[in-house]
Structure formats: structure tokens, C-alpha cells
Ligand binder design. Structure first.
Ligand SMILES: O=C(O)CCC(=O)C(=O)O
Ligand SMILES: [Fe+2]
Length: 386
């Protein structure tokens, strides 16, 4: 089975900017330009960034909000205008022209939607925990400790966590909002950009106004869990997301091929409706080098979707979705990303802390070393007693 690496153009938007942050060492030039502006490598996590959403900018407003946490101390309390100017100078140094054009086109696309599409269910656009989540999930998140999380989460397979999450009414509202958005696009002949390279159907929720609500979902409800369950795998430092809907069944996508997500942590919640099939099949965690290697029996795990129930897994946990053979299945997917984790991985060649093949190879090397050492010891003892 050969594997596809899922991606989306939009998803990559924030990455060059954060790469800029990492390269911002005094005296260091990138792309031929030297900026006197500097960013700190480690973000100030508890800094509350401004919103740049309503401004007409040549970079995505969310990039400015993310980068604000990397500002040097003397800039943190500057006016929004000054921070904007400072960050823009850095972005212009680091972002290649093609990415800038892509970003500009994407902004025009979302601007077109935001100024023409009228939301059907306004209550979806602001985070309302008691209306969105089931009480047990809410309580566990507000208790905010490993025991409270473990009391609502099952781990049916190592690295795959499932839990009851969404209220049925929230699922219905979101489904009807997506239908309304698609109806609007159909009526106005507006070409929707699909969530990623593997789906012909589905919608990016961030593109029609749900970005802020989903950022809250990521920060306040998913990060607490991923900090505990995926601490070493980017879960402690999530700072971006790509939120979308996938749709399967008659006149929709049928299944989803074997792939890894362009995400560090993936949240996948079934919204309904009624369907048969559509199981997720998981086949082990892999780094780039081992992405197409065979799976072994211990890596095989299948999961059946249940409306309202969430699955949380690492993006590099290879998976796919079987055919939805009857009915209509719709899932909410939130690809969460940690720029800090991604940068760290760029300088590594051993991924034995998470790639199953790297782990097996490391164990094999250790076993061989032990065998050789024992043999040497055995020989030495033999010689000593001869
Ligand atoms: O269909 C599903 O539930 C899986 C979706 C998925 O893996 C993805 O969109 O990355
Ligand atoms: Fe996926």
C-alpha cells in the first residue's frame, strides 16, 4: 500500500513566517536580505496577541497574531500599528514571492466569502462551551489534570484516544451551516477550495468565518489534552490549525486513501448523519524516511466512527478511511500544528521517540551491541579460566 502525504496550500501559509523566527539570529541573513528586526526563538506563551482580523493586510492576519508571541520584550507592549510594522518588515524579508502571491490570493478568496455569505447559525461563530460540548467533556477540561482526562478518554490502541465530545444539537447546527454554505456557493457559482489534496468534497471551516471559534477549540479544549497525551510530539506547543469538514457517501467522496496528515495532532469528530462503513484504519507511526514501509500485525487498528465521538491521534500515525457504503457521513477534522515541534524535527535524523520503524531499528542495534558485549565477556571469561 503506498502512502499519500496530505496537504493543503493554505495550511502551509504560516510556516515560512515561523521559519523566519527560527532564523532570526543577529547577523544572520536569509534570502539575501538582512533585517534589523529580530524575533525571539521561544514564544512567550501567556502573551495575549492582538487580533488583526479586520485589517486589509498583505499577509494572513493569523500570522501576525502568532508571531506576536515571538516579539522581543521591548516590542511586546508597543501599539498594534507598531507591532504590525515591525512584523511586516520581517515577513517581507523571509517570505518568498510565490508564497506572498498565494497568500494574497487566499485572502481575496476568503474576503469574497466573508463579504457575501450570510451565516445561517450565528451562534456557531463564537465559542459557547456549554452549548457545544457534552458535560463530562467540559468537566474534565475544566478540572484540567491527567486523572480527569483519563476518566473520559479511552485509549483503545497506543496513541489513539477517543472520547465523547460534541452535543447532538451542535452537530446538527454545524451540518446545516455547511449545507447552507455549499448551497450559497452552488447558487452563486462560487468555486469552493476543498480542504486538502485528497478530497473532492468537504469545506474549510476557517474560510467562511469559523477560524476564531476553532482557534479557541484548539487552544482551550484540545491543547490541554494533547499536552498530556502527546507532550513530546508537539502536543504541548500547538499554535496553528486547519479546520475542515469531510463528507462521504453517495454523490460525495467514497473513501479516503492511506495517508499521513499535514498535522502534528489531529482531532477527528463524527457529526453524523446515518451511515454504514467509513471506518478509520490505522497502520503505525512513521517518519518521512519510513513512510512507505510495511506495517506489522501489532500496528493494525480499526476504528468505527460514532456521531459526537472524537478521535485524537498524531498526524504521522498512518491512516485512511474505508468506503462509506450507505448513507452520508460527515466529520469535523482539526489538523493542529506546532511550529516549534516541526522546527525541532528538521534537525533530527533519529525519530525513535515516535516512528515505529526507527524504534525497532534502535532496539535491534542495542540488541546487537548487547550480544557482542556478552560474547566478548564470555570469551574473556573463558580465556581467564583456561
Ligand atoms: O474520513 C475520516 O474520518 C478521516 C479524515 C482524515 O483522515 C483526514 O481528512 O485527514
Ligand atoms: Fe487524515
Amino acid at each position: 500500500m503506498s502512502l499519500h502525504s496530505e496537504s493543503t496550500d493554505h495550511w502551509r501559509v504560516a510556516s515560512p513566517a515561523l521559519r523566519g523566527a527560527e532564523n532570526a539570529v543577529p547577523g544572520c541573513a536569509y534570502g539575501g536580505a538582512v533585517s534589523s528586526q529580530r524575533l525571539r526563538v521561544n514564544p512567550i506563551r501567556d502573551h495575549v496577541s492582538e487580533s488583526y482580523d479586520e485589517l486589509e493586510l498583505d499577509f494572513s492576519p493569523s500570522i501576525f497574531s502568532s508571531l506576536e508571541k515571538h516579539l522581543p520584550m521591548n516590542m511586546l507592549n508597543a501599539t498594534r500599528g507598531d507591532k504590525l510594522k515591525y512584523l511586516r518588515t520581517i515577513l517581507l524579508d523571509y517570505l518568498p514571492p510565490a508564497a506572498r502571491i498565494r497568500d494574497q490570493k487566499y485572502r481575496e478568496y476568503t474576503q469574497m466569502i466573508l463579504s457575501n455569505y450570510k451565516p445561517l447559525n450565528k451562534e456557531l461563530y463564537a465559542m459557547n462551551p456549554t452549548a457545544f460540548f457534552v458535560p463530562a467533556f467540559l468537566k474534565a477540561i475544566s478540572d484540567n489534570n491527567e486523572d480527569s482526562f483519563r476518566s473520559i478518554v479511552s485509549e483503545p490502541f497506543p496513541g489513539i484516544f477517543t472520547f465523547e465530545m460534541l452535543q447532538p444539537h451542535f452537530c446538527e447546527l454545524l451540518l446545516s451551516e455547511v449545507e447552507s454554505f455549499e448551497r450559497w456557493a452552488f447558487k452563486t457559482k462560487f468555486q469552493i477550495i476543498r480542504p486538502n489534496t485528497m478530497n473532492k468534497y468537504g469545506t474549510v471551516l476557517d474560510d467562511f468565518g469559523l477560524q476564531t471559534m476553532l482557534a479557541k477549540l484548539r487552544e482551550n479544549f484540545i491543547s490541554p489534552l494533547s499536552k498530556v497525551f502527546f507532550a513530546e510530539l508537539g502536543g504541548s506547543t500547538l499554535d496553528a490549525h486547519h479546520g475542515f469538514i469531510v463528507e462521504y457517501g453517495k454523490d460525495r467522496d467514497i473513501d479516503l486513501g492511506f495517508h499521513v496528515d499535514d498535522a502534528d495532532i489531529t482531532l477527528n469528530v463524527c457529526l453524523g448523519k446515518e451511515f454504514c462503513g467509513g471506518e478509520l484504519f490505522f497502520r503505525g507511526m512513521r517518519c518521512d524516511k519510513h513512510i512507505n514501509t510495511e506495517s506489522i500485525a501489532e500496528e493494525i487498528f480499526d476504528y468505527s466512527h460514532v456521531p459526537g465521538q472524537a478521535v485524537l491521534h498524531h498526524g504521522r500515525h498512518r491512516h485512511g478511511a474505508r468506503a462509506t457504503t450507505w448513507g452520508h457521513r460527515v466529520n469535523l477534522v482539526l489538523w493542529c500544528r506546532s511550529s516549534a515541534f516541526r522546527e525541532l524535527q528538521r534537525y533530527k535524523s533519529d525519530f525513535s521517540s515516535w516512528c515505529n520503524v526507527c524504534t525497532r531499528q534502535k532496539k535491534e542495534r542495542q540488541r546487537k551491541t548487547i550480544d557482542i558485549t556478552s560474547l566478548d565477556l564470555f570469551k574473556w571469561k573463558g580465556e581467564a579460566t583456561a
